[in-house]
Unconditional design. Structure first.
Length: 113
């Protein structure tokens, strides 16, 4: 199992992004689930190919290339667990009109009321 983190994703939403990461991290530790923690900048096919499960705890900013690597991971039979605003922003922090992984995850983001 591999979990990605991205310090920059903590900036737009501050506490919420940090909470998502910490929640995932401590849940894995407390339940003694082995996992590797890797920076999102290393989300490459070569790295992903060694794992069966990919965890994206509120990784808000994803590039098109990173999203494509996630898609290839799923096509090879991998599973993805993601939370909150994963993929809602591009790598420069610009909000997308549609999350880059929404179709893959079978979700639709809504703007706040």
């Amino acid at each position: 199992m591999i979990a990605f983190y991205d310090r920059e994703s903590f900036i737009p939403k501050g506490k919420l992004a940090g909470d998502a990461f910490r929640g995932m991290y401590y849940a894995m530790l407390r339940n003694r689930i082995p996992f590797d923690l890797v920076h999102v900048g290393r989300m490459e096919e070569e790295v992903l190919s060694r794992y069966k499960v990919l965890i994206l705890p509120n990784i808000g900013a994803l590039s098109d290339d990173e999203a494509e690597n996630v898609r290839k991971f799923v096509q090879r039979g991998g599973s993805v667990i993601s939370t909150y605003e994963t993929g809602v922003y591009d790598e420069w922090g610009q909000q997308r009109t549609v999350g880059v992984l929404d179709d893959l995850l079978g979700i639709r983001h809504r703007s706040p009321a």
